[in-house]
Design a protein around this ligand. Structure first.
Ligand code: ADP
Ligand code: MG
Length: 576
């Protein structure tokens, strides 16, 4: 993949201009901070000694100049604060698009092994850490370094003895800051872990709120939550204690350095080695030490967070989708719908047994084939090989005689419609949800599809008809209604091949009849695979396949299989 090992710095590239401007303004701002005390020194040490008229005109000129400098510094800070953040947000936008787009490309096997919460935090908190680093990192380092190094050089030039003492103090302050920062980092990390716990508990509990309530477990949930919530407070308490000592400690250090320099400066003044103006200048610089020291120390933490976030980002980005188009994948127009399994074997992972072994199957266009077998026999797995949700590990699946791996994935999946037991509806209106089957379909096409799926009537009986908002995942609809919407979606898509995977299994008898009728309408003239555990629904199938761990064990019509008196007959007699 092109971005497999993209360097972190590469993300600045589209914003080179903004980045450079940010750096330049950071430097100008830092330089002005350094210049102001020098001007104070000039005024207090030199200008005041001039004849009064010359002095006052110089002071006015310098005063105006200083005001201008302060305004420029203010603008620099504004620029960094505004455009620097904008650049950060743009980089974050790019990375977020990149990772979301990558998620969309990854295969089923990837999502089988991931928690959605974790994938979500890659996009949210990790990216935030990365862009904080990308945006504030260079700026903080540049500003702080200029301020510290510049001040040291100026101090050394004013008075080396005093400067060395001050530098000694600053080094001690730096050591203290690093030490405290290490302890705070641990506390911050714990905070983050605790808040992640809380978030995942909220997500879990609210997603399952219906189960919570049906078991009347609100209090248990609350107790569990309270436990996590208290742990978070305890962890925050620790953080605040460290933060309190850190900030006040730095304040004390800063004052100590000032007092120390003042005392030593006074002593040097008495010996005639230092002027009042120099001492004032000294104190002004020293006052500015704490902030850059804090920022530099902060940067080390920002760097660690940002970089480990980036490594997690890369980890995801470097996973290549298992299932994708071959280089020379061919396009495919609407197929007739013949499906062949040629000696197909499949296992989910190397270290697991085959779910399917040497399956051979030939389904003619328009044929209606039922798959039966005990739970776990591999019915769903067999069907998921047709749209290449997974690739066979042996043999081949052919569609109209073409190996499906030679076809563009998009063209292949266009040919196949799936109706499952669990219907997934997106937040939005009924209209939007049906149109998902064919983006860009006209309202009329949507209504026709709904009519064909036997859904039009109930939709019209809703207060807002097709514009009814169905709530998260369609909670406002009954199971049968949701299923009919999903059938309408497939009607609209109009594919030549269908898979019904236990489409009516979750429904009561009455809705089952209605939905079954809609499914039969849909199946007309299309190649259809039906998985059903209620055998009554597949009695009319042209062919029934009985799948066991050893492959297809029996094959025939309802009548012939009953007469055969094998597995199917056994299953059937158990149900009736
Ligand atoms: P059926 O639909 O006949 O009930 P499935 O095709 O769902 O059976 O499952 C067949 C076997 O494959 C089962 O042993 C099941 O545990 C396993 N299996 C199903 N889906 C996955 C998956 N995504 N990852 C790993 N194993 C799976
Ligand atoms: Mg299944």
């Amino acid at each position: 993949m092109e971005n497999k090992k993209k360097k972190l710095s590469a993300y600045y590239k589209p914003y080179k201009g903004l980045f450079l401007a940010d750096m330049v303004f950071a430097m100008i701002g830092a330089a002005i901070t350094l210049v102001i005390p020098l001007m104070v020194r000039y005024i207090t040490g030199t200008v005041v000694l001039l004849p009064i008229e010359e002095a006052s005109s110089t002071i006015i000129r310098l005063g105006i100049f200083m005001v201008l400098l302060v305004i420029v510094e203010g603008y620099c800070n504004y620029f960094i604060g505004y455009y620097g953040h904008v650049m950060g947000a743009k980089i974050e936008h790019d990375m977020r698009n990149e990772i979301f787009g990558h998620y969309q490309k990854l295969s089923f096997a990837f999502f089988d092994n991931q928690k959605v919460g974790h994938l979500l935090s890659r996009i949210t908190s990790d990216l935030f850490d990365i862009t904080e680093l990308l945006h504030h990192g260079p700026e903080d380092v540049v500003i702080s370094t200029i301020k510290l190094v510049g001040a040291f050089i100026i101090l050394l030039m004013i008075n080396a003895k005093l400067a060395l003492v001050a530098i000694g103090f600053v080094v001690i302050m730096l050591l203290y800051a690093v030490g405290m920062n290490n302890r705070m980092r641990g506390a911050f990390r714990e905070n983050r872990a605790r808040i992640a716990d809380i978030n995942s508990q909220i997500e879990d509990s609210l997603s399952g709120i219906r189960v919570v309530k049906s078991f009347s477990n609100e209090e248990t949930e609350m107790d569990k939550f309270e436990e996590g919530n208290s742990r978070f407070v305890a962890s925050k308490k620790r953080t605040y204690r460290f933060m309190g000592s850190y900030n006040s400690g730095m304040g004390v250090f800063s004052t100590l350095i000032t007092v120390g320099s003042l005392l030593m400066g006074a002593w040097l003044m008495m010996k005639g080695e230092l002027s009042t103006a120099d001492l004032v200048t000294f104190l002004l610089y020293i006052n500015n030490f704490t902030e850059p020291v804090k920022k530099l120390v902060n940067f080390t933490e920002q760097f660690q967070n940002g970089y480990s976030g980036y490594e997690r980002f890369l980890e995801i980005m470097s996973i290549a989708p298992d299932i994708k188009d071959k280089e020379d994948a061919q396009s495919l127009d609407r197929v007739k719908g013949e499906i062949q399994f040629e000696d197909v074997s499949f296992h989910y992972s190397e270290n697991k047994e085959n779910v399917l072994s040497h399956v051979n199957l030939d389904v003619k266009p328009g044929e209606y084939v039922a798959l039966v077998g005990s739970s776990g026999a591999g019915k769903t797995t067999l069907c998921s090989l047709i749209p290449r949700f997974y690739d066979v590990t042996g043999g081949a699946v052919l569609l109209d005689g073409i190996d499906i791996r030679d076809v563009k994935l998009k063209d292949l999946r266009r040919q196949i419609g799936i109706v499952q037991q669990d219907v997934y509806l997106f937040a939005g209106t009924i209209l939007e949800n049906i149109r998902y089957g064919k983006p860009g379909a006209t309202d009329e096409e949507v209504v026709n599809a709904a009519m064909a799926a036997n859904a039009h009537e109930f939709i019209m009986s809703l207060p807002e008809g097709y514009h009814t908002d169905i709530g998260q995942r369609g909670v406002k609809l009954s199971g049968g209604q949701k299923q009919r919407l999903s059938i309408a979606r497939v009607f609209l898509k109009n594919p030549p091949v269908l898979i019904f995977d236990e489409a009516t299994s979750a429904l009561d008898n009455e809705s089952e009849k209605i939905v079954q009728h809609s499914l039969e309408m849909l199946a007309k003239d299309r190649t259809t695979f039906v998985i059903a555990h209620r055998l009554s629904t597949i009695r009319n199938a042209q062919r029934i396949l009985v799948l066991t761990e050893d492959g297809i064990a029996e094959e025939g019509t309802h009548k012939s299989l009953l007469a055969q008196g094998g597995i199917y007959a056994g299953l059937y007699n158990m149900q009736f």
